[in-house]
Design a protein around this ligand. Sequence first.
Ligand code: NDP
Ligand code: MG
Length: 388
Amino acid sequence: MKKISIFGSTGSIGSSLLKIIKNDKKNFKIELLTANKNYKKLIKQAKLFNVKNIIITNNSSFIITKKLLKNTKIKVFKDFDSLNKIFDIDKKIDYSMCAISGFQGLKPTLDIIKFTKTIGIANKESIICGWNLISRDLKKYKTHFIPIDSEHFSIWSLLDNKKKNNLEKIYITASGGPFRKLSLKNFKNISIKDALKHPNWSMGKKITIDSATMMNKVFEIIEAKKIFNLNYNQLEILIHPKSYLHAMIKFNNGLSKLLIHDTNMIIPIFNSVYFNCGKKLKSKNIDIEALNNLNLAKVDNVRFPVIKILDNMGKKDSLFETIIVSANDKLVNLFLKNKIKFIDISNLLLKVSNIPEFKKFKSIKPKNIDEIADLAEYVSLKIESMSV
Ligand code: NDP
Ligand code: MG
């Protein structure tokens, strides 16, 4: 019986993990589920999976949930400081999935490491802003880490979960999103609905918008650099419209390896939660037609200007990453609230990444989460003043 916790259980990744567990309920005991606002779905999940503890961070949702669960055994908490009351460091649970979206995922990710034997991290923003803190705690508490983002899960699988020093170059693929072929003159008219229509993947809203601007791939390059300890010149994005090939590694001995799988996050999630269990997953035959039509191409930085941000990144882990992540979080949020246009996301991001005031952060390594959170707050206020 595996004891597990899921952060962001009401979201796309969290719900996919629960879908997997639903078919194997007797082998799992869910110790904790968390959400922000969606109390209806969280309560439904908690009842269905007999979960003892839930965290719901939005204040009004917390109050309603507490009321609705008054006469049940389910304990309702409001913030991630409660993890100390739920878990015991001497009795680590088996697996935790970090699938909160955006920058807010960093604190719970750092907080759960000491209580879990294995951690699957889907929340790329936490890896990008706080990798030096995460990797320090992974070592300190001997917690096994599995990346969930499909490209990084693919690289991790191709490396057999081992550190290798013979990597020459890694290519990760990008579908190109809904605007791969849109005429450039029409970019100014893109609506929220258009941007939320991803051609291949069904995901949460924030990452779907990031895929449309190509910011998702910028994040994934930074994520890969950190997880696999590479330089930026060892990483490249390739457009691949079918999203069948996820990553390709060239080693320095003449060999290269590629990883393909169906466009379905169930595959990395299943393989992370059942890592080393030998459990079988029913899947489709290899799609020869897709293999014959990979259509790999370089990314066009006129269509997707945000990829220029990668030329502006510092070589080492720094607080500059927090500036990029929090600026993007804020801008996507403003776009989804209809306060800025789609093209403003990229324009303002590039502007923010070139603000002289922020340059110094490229050489400052984050010391703790408060430093990251304070800077994120500052950037968010700065964006507000720029976008009105
Ligand atoms: P969703 O938007 O579908 O779900 C986000 C989850 O996080 C929900 O449970 C949501 O709760 C919760 N949440 C959001 N904001 C907060 C907050 N401030 N405090 C606490 N909880 C919060 O996201 P996805 O599942 O698509 O993505 C999750 C993460 O995984 C992201 O970082 C994304 O980049 C990454 N990822 C996702 C992929 C995908 O296919 N979806 C692929 C690769 C990576 P509520 O429902 O109550 O709002
Ligand atoms: Mg990905």
